[in-house]
Design a binder for this molecule. Structure first.
Ligand SMILES: [Zn+2]
Length: 267
């Protein structure tokens, strides 16, 4: 019995010490990690300056790091932010600019550009919207705008061909339309032919649209033929691989979608 108690007491001392060591080791590693985070935050938001370990994750989307926890920007906002800061020639004072579904992240940049700025949407819910405009029937004359920015709109529109025709009609010859949509195989991973846009009128409920198109309020799932659709209405697509050309380091740091296209269209 005496031996047993002695043994137990030794075991207890042994475990107590190793537990203490584990806690110490854990604290030391945590301190290292904090130091590492400060020295080299792996992620950065070019819009608001957020620096941290990661962006907020979204389900249903191929790319996992989506939203900036600080300014709520998504990948496409961060990419466009970089794009507009590089392509300052597009935000030329006095030029006419049509912006669909204006995003708060760009509000200051666009409003301070000295352009004739038209932030529009199909609804007036967003307080940044100044005019109610249906992309299928844009209330402006032909060749009016020097710049059009239309990001993630066409997948919500009943007649997207009509929308693209309208964008073409109101763009000035020599002007630029920046058009973005989510594309299967890039933004979503759905088990249908990725080269063709997938649309079926029978998917007419939020549940079916979520299941087949990836989001409850999308009316179709674009494939890589989206570029051909733009060319079909008359646009010249002069570039679409801006993000890929930023290089791996920036794509990783700003959590961008490598293969996402910014379709830079002109006429
Ligand atoms: Zn941010």
């Amino acid at each position: 019995m005496k031996d047993f108690i002695l043994n137990m007491s030794n075991s207890y001392k042994y475990y107590k010490n190793s537990y203490k060591q584990l806690i110490e080791e854990n604290n030391r590693l945590n301190q290292e990690l904090e130091k590492y985070k400060k020295i080299y935050p792996p992620k950065e938001c070019p819009i608001c300056g957020y620096k941290g370990i990661e962006f907020k994750h979204y389900v249903n989307i191929i790319h996992r790091e989506v939203e900036c926890p600080q300014c709520k920007s998504h990948e496409r906002h961060r990419a466009l932010w970089l794009f507009f800061h590089e392509r300052t020639d597009l935000l030329k004072k006095g030029n006419t600019f049509l912006h669909f579904a204006p995003e708060i992240q760009f509000n200051e940049l666009f409003r301070n550009s000295g352009m004739e700025y038209h932030p529009v949407d199909i609804s007036m819910q967003n307080s940044l919207v100044e005019e109610k405009v249906d992309i299928q029937d844009i209330p402006y004359e032909d060749n009016y705008f020097d710049l059009i920015y239309c990001s993630n709109i066409l997948e919500h529109v009943e007649d997207d061909k009509k929308g693209m025709n309208e964008l073409y009609r109101v763009l000035k010859p020599g002007g630029t339309a920046l058009i973005l949509v989510p594309i299967n195989g890039i933004s979503y991973e759905m088990p249908v032919d990725k080269t063709k846009t997938f649309e079926d009128k029978k998917y007419n409920t939020p549940e079916l649209r979520e299941k087949y198109y990836g989001q409850f309020d999308h009316l179709r799932l674009y494939g890589t033929d989206f570029k051909d659709k733009l060319i079909d209405v008359g646009f010249k697509v002069i570039a679409d691989d801006y993000i890929k050309n930023l290089g791996y380091e920036k794509i990783d740091k700003y959590a961008l979608i490598k293969d996402e296209n910014i379709f830079e269209c002109t006429k």
